[in-house]
Structures are given as C-alpha cells and as structure tokens.
Design a protein around this ligand. Structure first.
Ligand code: SF4
Length: 277
C-alpha cells in the first residue's frame, strides 16, 4: 500500500454516531433531512413514546447522581416529576397513566439494584476512531463486573427485546468497541434492560462479531460519503439521497415533506406507540 506523503492531507474520517449510520440505512432521504439540509425541514409533532423514554432515562440518570444514601424508592416520584416531558400525549389522563406506569417501572427496576453501586459511566460519551470512522455515542450506563465493562441500554417500548436484538444492535456493539478503547478495559457484554417487562436481553460479543459490526458501519459510511460526493458533483439531491418508502414512513418525522413516504404509510397518532404495559 502506498504510504501517505508528509504533506498529504490525512484521509477524511466520517464523523458519526450509531443513529446517524442507521438513519442512512433506513432511508437516505431521511438522512439528508436530518444531517445534510440546513435548515432541516420542520418535523412533525413530538411522539409520546419518546417523551416517556426520555423521562425515564433522565430519572435513572439523576438517581445515580444522588448520594448513595438518598437512592431510595421515596426519591423516585420527585425525580421523575422534575424532568418529566409532557409532549405528545393525547390528553392529561393518558399522560398521568403513563407517569404512573413509568414510576412503577422505575420502582421495580431499582428495587433490584444495589444503591451503593456506582456505575463506571451514566449517560457517558464514548468515542474512538477507525481508518474510516470518527465514532461517538452516549451510553445509558456502563457497569463494571469483575475486570470487564458491560454496556447497558434502557428500553421502554412495547416490545420486549430478545438476545437476537442485543446481538444485532449496532449501537451496542459500537459502544462496546468504543468503551474498550476509552477505558482500556475489556468490554464484550451488552445488555438491553427492558423496564416494562423487567427483563434483560444480553449478548457476549467476540472480537470477530465486533469487527463485523465495524465493517458494516464503515461500508455505510463509505456509501454516505459517496452520496455526498455525487451531490457535490451536481447530481440531483433526490438521486444522491433517494427516498426509501415503506411501513416505517408512518413514524418518520419528515413524512409531511416527503410525497413518496406520505403515500407509503398512513400517519401515526403521536401516542400510537405508547406502551400500555
Ligand atoms: S417519509 Fe419515508 S421515504 Fe420519506 S423521508 Fe421519511 S422514511 Fe424516508
């Protein structure tokens, strides 16, 4: 391989998070609306399930921010209320029911936790580089078990994740890879903690399985950079970043700006994905 010369520009890395890569794979047009167009087109209304998820995540983060002696069930209603996100619910009754459910999830989940445990990281940003990617991402929680780190991702949706979901999650794999480098410590186990069901779906990565996720991520990054180049070379934007209409269009924030997506799937109500469990 030819070595770069002393004064050659270093190859450009693709700066990304796992969700940025996923956006392009799901739909290049959605990627363009989110990451290329400035200003971004206006989004649709906020989603109640996102509000619920954000509220629970923040309460968990703040629970670990308390001194250990104050990490008690009695602290939870105040914590949840303090950063509760109200957007997207059908009405006050639905929102209050969601609050009660969320509080119940937190109480059951944290009843299993040792209040004295301090994770290695809570909503911790990890970052690393490969020959193609400048990767970063924020991990819900990084635990230390023995000599190893464990990636923990909270889930609050309707569907109970499985081990296959943990194995197939690119975000978890990239977090594990980045955490290894950020902390210089082994990290192969990734876990999806589903609060509504109280279950944990886990996977133990190997070097090879992490490498597979990385290779796929790098291939997507190359595709995005090729699309950006086509656009810079004058190709029409809808050819460089074509729409990928399908059932997911019903959930797309940019559906109203996208004729193909609008006819591909009916719009969802903002509260349609709320967990009832
Ligand atoms: S509505 Fe569908 S096709 Fe249009 S941008 Fe969104 S995901 Fe892509």
């Amino acid at each position: 391989m030819q070595q770069p010369g002393l004064f050659d520009a270093p190859p450009r890395l693709f700066t990304c998070t796992p969700s940025k890569l996923g956006a392009y794979e799901d739909c290049p047009r959605r990627y363009r609306f989110t990451y290329v167009d400035r200003p971004s087109p206006p989004k649709g209304p906020p989603w109640a399930h996102n509000s619920l998820g954000a509220s629970v995540h923040t309460a968990l983060k703040n629970w670990y921010g308390l001194p250990a002696e104050r990490r008690t069930p009695a602290a939870l209603p105040t914590l949840l209320k303090a950063t509760w996100v109200s957007e997207g619910y059908q009405d006050g009754e639905q929102e209050r029911a969601a609050f009660r459910r969320a509080l119940g999830w937190l109480e059951s989940y944290l009843a299993e936790a040792d209040p004295a445990d301090d994770p290695v990281g809570v909503e911790r940003t990890v970052a690393t580089r490969t020959p193609v990617l400048a990767l970063s991402g924020r991990v819900d929680r990084i635990d230390r078990r023995g000599d190893e780190l464990v990636i923990v991702d909270y889930k609050t949706g309707r569907f109970q994740p499985t081990g296959d979901d943990a194995r197939g999650s690119r975000a978890l794999a990239l977090y594990a890879y980045s955490a290894q480098r950020t902390f210089r410590r082994a990290c192969s186990r990734v876990e999806l903690h589903h609060l509504p069901s109280g279950t944990v779906a886990a996977h133990e990565h190997t070097e090879e399985s992490l490498a597979r996720h990385l290779r796929r991520s790098e291939a997507t990054a190359q595709d995005v950079m090729a699309a950006e180049k086509r656009r810079a070379d004058g190709d029409p934007i809808d050819e460089a970043f074509p729409p990928a209409p399908g059932p997911l269009c019903g959930w797309c924030d940019f559906r109203r700006n996208c004729p193909e997506g609008s006819s591909a799937a009916p719009a969802k109500e903002p509260w349609a994905a709320l967990s009832q469990g």
